[in-house]
Ligand binder design. Structure first.
Ligand code: SF4
Ligand code: SF4
Length: 371
């Protein structure tokens, strides 16, 4: 197993301990391919629109490019009945996940013979604090749901894994472990990619094939479903060296990032770069017209820097650092992508010539040929 690396972070941007709420956006935006929707149709909170749940109630203001713009009427008119659910076995859990439209979670669980369970509070991207903040703030719910899942899968012991630097969540979770003797806390080193199944199972000495690893967001989604609720909000970290201060914000899913920025964020200089989902694995966008979905966990707003690309100097650093042992330099020169690449961004991070290696090897930004 390749040795993982520690990424240095700017600690001034990192230490945050409070979640701000922004649960009353003026509009939310939901994609749909349903042509029957028209302007002024009424949308209820908790209404399922194909893959998405409406997080507010209100009327459709416009439909552009198959995206509904829904204007909040702040009435919270809801179609949900909030009846608590009980689950006794895996089948009940799968039905619950189906009912609450947690389909990727259902897929993850459905065909796996589960003997071990890890709930991970490890954020992969350096400036994301989503998983950490969920554990720090909802530790009681997380432990209770983990306890239910252990019974559901008939597993004797469950692990909550968090970085050994996550002081706030460690303190909180330790305070309730006495109530749940079957839950153990495992502290892992602050190394990049340690949250990936293969590395985490190896570090915790768990079988890869039969260990289910859930994120804190997964467990929060199940907690909500057990309470008869959809997950309508998501936590994002907004950070970067061009901000007055970094913030963690709980927002309604479907909110436009622009509205969040206007309300909460003080931007210092006018020239900046915006990255969605972090500097290593994320992508750059040109403006704040980004719809916040559950998949978005981090926004980084940094002062603009001109990056000059040089010729490859054959230093070999990209090959040495790649956790998948890909010959990154060769792929880049030959403009080939690799199916093995996990898009971790370490090659870009290390390259002294500032070459867009990941963009070629993972994303196939040039001519695509299988490796
Ligand atoms: S982005 Fe892909 S090629 Fe680059 S280091 Fe990560 S796995 Fe290797
Ligand atoms: S890290 Fe950059 S400069 Fe070094 S071998 Fe790889 S591509 Fe070339």
């Amino acid at each position: 197993m390749k040795k993982l690396v520690k990424i240095e972070v700017d600690k001034n941007l990192y230490f945050l301990n409070q979640i701000n709420n922004f649960l009353d956006p003026t509009y939310i935006y939901l994609p749909t391919s349903n042509k029957e929707f028209k302007e002024n149709d009424y949308i209820y909170k908790n209404m399922l629109i194909e893959e998405n749940i409406s997080s507010i109630s209100g009327s459709i203001k416009s439909i552009k490019n198959s995206i509904l713009q829904i204007k909040n009427d702040y009435k919270e008119n809801s179609v949900s009945n909030k009846i608590k659910r009980n689950i006794k076995n895996k089948e009940d859990l799968l039905n619950l996940l189906e009912e609450f439209h947690l389909l990727s979670l259902k897929d993850k669980i459905e065909n796996k013979d589960i003997t071990h369970l890890i709930v991970s509070a490890i954020d992969e991207e350096c400036y994301s604090l989503k998983e950490f903040m969920i554990l720090a703030n909802f530790y009681s719910d997380i432990a209770s749901t983990l306890n239910t899942l252990l019974k559901t899968f008939n597993i004797k012991e469950g692990i909550i894994a968090t970085k050994n630097t996550s002081e706030a969540s460690i303190k909180n979770i330790k305070s309730i472990l006495g109530t749940y003797p079957q839950i153990k806390l495992s502290l892992v080193p602050n190394q990049y990619l340690i949250s990936r199944e293969v590395y985490l199972c190896s570090y915790l000495n768990m079988p890869l094939d039969s260990t289910l690893i859930l994120t804190m967001q997964d467990v929060l989604d199940i907690t909500n479903a057990l309470k008869g609720k959809y997950t309508l909000d998501t936590i994002i970290t907004i950070s970067g060296n061009n901000l007055g201060k970094s913030l963690i914000i709980n927002v309604r899913i479907g909110t436009l990032l622009k509205e969040v920025i206007n309300k909460f964020i003080e931007i210092k200089e006018n020239d900046y770069d915006i990255y969605v989902n972090g500097l290593l694995q994320g992508y750059k966008v040109s403006n704040f017209n980004v719809i916040i979905t559950k998949d978005i966990h981090t926004i980084v707003i940094n002062k603009k820097i001109e990056v000059f690309q040089d010729e490859c100097i054959n230093c070999g650093a990209c090959i040495k650092i790649c956790p998948l042992n890909i010959n990154v330099k060769k792929c880049f020169i030959e403009k080939r992508y690799s199916k093995k690449c996990i898009g971790c961004g370490l090659c870009n991070y290390i390259c002294p010539a500032n070459l867009p290696l990941k963009e070629v090897v993972k994303d196939g930004a040039y001519e695509e040929k299988n490796n």
